[in-house]
Write a protein that binds this ligand. Structure first.
Ligand code: NAD
Length: 427
């Protein structure tokens, strides 16, 4: 008879490079913290995964069928929570790996959520607004049994935004027969969104950058910062750090970057990008490629675009002192090891970009209470939660010598393990 274990191993479709990377991270910390072997095995795979076909009538009149995913990694602490991305590289393994990361992130921040992620494999920049709306609505209808304010609450991720969330909320509400704002977070304010949500991830990244500068006793008067990615997260991070006196010397987007060793004028750059749609030809800096940008000498490097940007092949070129991972999974495990050996401090994604899910939590709570907070209240509570998490991680790292990523994962996974132990195994 074939042992069950080997059947399972060979038949898990999500085992792509991205997913294996997330799993390897779990394996490493599980060994380090002596995690119960059976619990470890349970956490290595997602709880449930749904793959859907999404037929969409294009503006041309033709019907194209897209593939979409929604994965719940674990729901022991509460409903599943995680973004939805539209991107040509979306696949089951990527979504499952990101869902796992969401589980650790929510547990680490002390939020009552499990981890989820979703996505549609498409090229959103080639689609009209009408096509995107039909794609989003049909996707929502296909995953409707999985989502709901007590089950799974999606949010924006790459190439999805407030409008996408409004379409999901409307489609869900029409299907159940009444308005359910709390089925998504990251909604527009006028239909139940939270003040401060749009800036929350960037605000958390900027906060972590400052905490990391203090933790590493970075003595620069105006620390220099390089940011890859100038979308929602990258641009807000740039704005807030600029306002705090940091010198943003380079930023980039998918088309390329610009740099100015004396510091970019961020308010002018933001105005330029909102008009022109890209950073490329901004007069206040010289053009630079994304590869060159990563290798610029600086105090703090902030990858805020895609995953897997700092790899074995380019990590030796880096000349920064601190990396703050605004994007999800921007550093490969080999690169991570190299950075540790070189004593470059990495503030891991589970902490650095957790401001988004934290204010999503506030949005969900406000929606369920039908009582809304001021922006100051939201920002204050965000800082409290980020501050607590930073302190716990920095302290554990100092005490044990664990790098920040491992310290963060250990705190998150310990909390989850305790919850799972207490709940027991059904039946
Ligand atoms: P966004 O779509 O608003 O912006 C992405 C930016 O990255 C754009 O400037 C784009 O041009 C740039 N980019 C894309 N491909 C690139 C490439 N190959 N090289 C350089 N730049 C490239 O997305 P966002 O919401 O700012 O998210 C950025 C990252 O942060 C993602 O990894 C996302 O998963 C993560 N994140 C976002 C949130 C959130 O609340 N928005 C929360 C947690 C994590």
């Amino acid at each position: 008879m074939v042992p069950i274990r080997s059947v399972k191993k060979e038949s898990v479709e999500c085992e792509t490079e991205h997913f294996l990377m997330a799993q390897k991270q779990l394996d490493e910390i599980a060994a380090e913290m002596g995690l119960d072997a059976e619990l470890h095995e349970r956490l290595r795979y997602p709880k449930r995964s749904l793959i859907v076909s999404i037929p969409v009538r294009l503006d041309s009149g033709k019907v194209q069928t897209f593939t979409g995913y929604r994965v719940h990694h674990d729901v022991s602490l509460g409903p599943a929570k995680g973004g939805i991305r539209f991107h040509p590289e979306v696949n089951l393994g990527e979504v499952a790996g990101l869902a796992m990361l969401m589980t650790w992130k929510c547990a680490l921040m002390g939020l009552p959520f499990g981890g989820a992620k979703g996505g549609i494999r498409c090229e959103p920049w080639k689609m009209s607004s009408g096509e995107l709306e039909r794609l989003t609505r049909r996707y929502t209808a296909e995953i409707i049994n999985l989502i709901g304010p007590d089950k799974d609450i999606p949010a924006p991720d790459m190439y999805t935004n407030e409008q996408t969330m409004a379409w999901i909320m409307d489609t869900y509400s029409i299907n159940v027969g009444y308005t359910v704002p709390s089925v998504v977070t990251g909604k527009p304010i006028s239909i139940g969104g939270s003040l401060g949500r749009q800036e929350a991830t960037g605000r958390g990244v900027a906060y972590c950058a400052k905490q990391a500068a203090a933790f590493t006793e970075l003595n620069a008067k105006n620390p220099s910062v390089v940011i890859q990615g100038f979308g929602n997260v990258g641009s807000v991070t740039a704005k807030l750090l600029y306002e705090s006196g940091y010198k943003i010397i380079a930023v980039s987007d998918v088309y390329g970057g610009i740099y100015n060793m004396d510091g970019l004028d961020i308010p002018r750059l933001l105005a330029y990008v909102s008009e022109m749609g890209k950073v490329g030809e901004f007069a206040g800096g010289k053009t630079i490629s994304n590869e060159e940008l990563l290798a610029l000498p600086c105090d703090i490097l902030i990858p805020a675009a895609l995953g897997n940007q700092i790899r074995k092949d380019n990590v030796a070129d880096l000349k920064c002192k601190i990396i703050v991972e605004a994007a999800n999974g921007p550093t490969s495990p080999e690169a991570d090891q190299y950075l540790q050996d070189k004593k470059i401090v990495v503030v891991p994604d589970v902490l650095a970009n957790a401001g988004g899910v934290t204010v999503s939590y506030f949005e969900w709570v406000q929606g369920l209470m039908h009582l809304f907070w001021t922006e100051e209240e939201v920002n204050q509570r965000l800082e409290q939660i980020m501050g607590r998490a930073c302190q716990q991680i920095f302290e554990l790292s100092k005490k044990t010598g664990l790098r920040l990523r491992m310290a963060a994962l250990r705190i998150g996974i310990s909390r989850l393990a305790e919850a799972k132990r207490l709940r027991g195994l059904y039946p």
